[in-house]
Design a protein around this ligand. Structure first.
Ligand SMILES: NC(=O)c1ccc[n+]([C@@H]2O[C@H](COP(=O)([O-])OP(=O)(O)OC[C@H]3O[C@@H](n4cnc5c(N)ncnc54)[C@H](OP(=O)(O)O)[C@@H]3O)[C@@H](O)[C@H]2O)c1
Length: 332
């Protein structure tokens, strides 16, 4: 182990507290707080609404009168969702088709959102995957890292000025208690798992930890602008998660895990509360277990790594070059 890794190990070891683990276990049993206010005519942007948590969240906001702009990779499912939502709730449900593992598509989404001529009231980064075997994207990234982290980083970065100019908006990152699987934090020197054996749990944990670290820096950029950014664990709920894995994984999920998981309606309830309730209007930079504020792991709170990751993400995603080409350059 290098000196830097030893230093991190001892630093985090001292910062881990059993009380935080017990708090998480207690919070896992709580129901989400409920917000009954309506959200008429507001615009909510949600990624990954063709199944699971995103689908139920889209329905929840629509049921309260919000218009939707959803970002999905599957056109048939998106058209079906649009029909369902518009017929049932009488609100607008537009969609953008994008594969959020591919840089070109992520940029396309970010650019469309950045020039929208209506305010984005709530932006929910929900799309996510869990893979038990390593997959690299066409851009050369670990797919889990690209979908769960990089897509939200690029989109947030490029819509930052628009959201600030609105003077009011909420960003919610659908994170996970699974960020705890990255026990000793991110390996910034090997984000794509080329120097170590891939682990599905650790890759997922690293991507979710990266997202939590990016929240720290985005929160600083949004200070006193009226824009908030928070993250949340949506509960352990029964969804289509893990469907891209092999038949053995899917069999276990169907026959064991799915039987003890809760309904994704609780996730939708929590995401509605965090997006709409006045109770959390000025709360920013926090992690919630459903709607209960909770302390994430020490590696997910490490500011030094957060800044390093920010710099690295700008380089990896090409935002560094992109920024200099933008006529309306992002001021950072
Ligand atoms: N379920 C849980 O217990 C749990 C716990 C903690 C955190 N989470 C988080 O909750 C979020 C939602 O997951 P879920 O459980 O609802 O799983 P899900 O049912 O599999 O939903 C995932 C959504 O993301 C979309 N998606 C996946 N890869 C994409 C890509 N490359 N481009 C665009 N969209 C993509 C999926 O689209 P397709 O329909 O095209 O596949 C689907 O709409 C994830 O971020 C997950 O990490 C879930």
């Amino acid at each position: 182990m290098s000196a830097k890794k030893y230093y991190k190990f001892f630093k985090y070891f001292k910062e881990y507290h059993w009380s935080n683990i017990f708090a998480m276990l207690r919070n896992n049993r709580l129901d989400p707080k409920i917000c009954n206010e309506d959200f008429n005519e507001k615009l909510v942007v949600i990624t990954g609404t063709t199944s699971g948590i995103g689908y139920h969240t889209a329905r929840k906001y629509a049921a309260h009168g919000a218009n939707l702009l959803v970002i999905n990779r599957n056109i048939q499912k998106s058209e079906a969702l649009r029909r369902e939502i518009e017929n049932e709730f009488g609100v607008k449900c537009d969609f953008i088709i994008a594969d959020l593992s591919i840089l070109k598509d992520i940029y396309m989404v970010a650019e469309k959102l950045a020039v929208l001529n209506t305010p984005i009231d709530v932006l929910i980064h929900n799309a996510g995957i869990y893979l038990n075997k390593k997959e690299l994207t066409s851009d050369g990234f670990d797919k889990v890292f690209a979908v769960n982290y990089l897509s939200s980083f690029i989109i947030n970065y490029l819509v930052m000025n628009k959201l600030k100019s609105q003077q009011k908006a909420r960003i919610i990152l659908v994170s996970s208690e699974g960020h705890r699987f990255a026990v000793w934090g991110l390996r910034l020197d090997d984000l794509n798992w080329q120097r170590r054996r891939y682990s599905g749990l650790k890759s997922y944990g690293s991507a979710k930890t990266a997202q939590l670290l990016s929240m720290i820096v985005f929160d600083e950029h949004f200070k006193n602008t009226g824009v908030t950014i928070n993250s949340m664990h949506p509960g352990a709920v029964k969804t289509e998660s893990g469907q891209e894995n092999g038949p053995v994984y899917r069999w276990f999920k169907r026959n064991f895990f799915d039987k003890i998981l809760k309904t994704p309606e609780i996730s939708a309830q929590a995401l509605y509360y965090l997006g709409v309730s006045k109770d959390v209007e000025s709360v920013s930079g926090k992690f919630f277990n459903l709607t209960t504020q909770e302390e994430p792991t020490p590696p997910a709170l490490d500011k030094e790594v957060a800044y390093e990751l920010w710099k690295k993400s700008l380089e990896l995603s090409g935002l560094q070059d992109f920024k200099s080409k933008l006529s309306h350059s992002v001021s950072l």
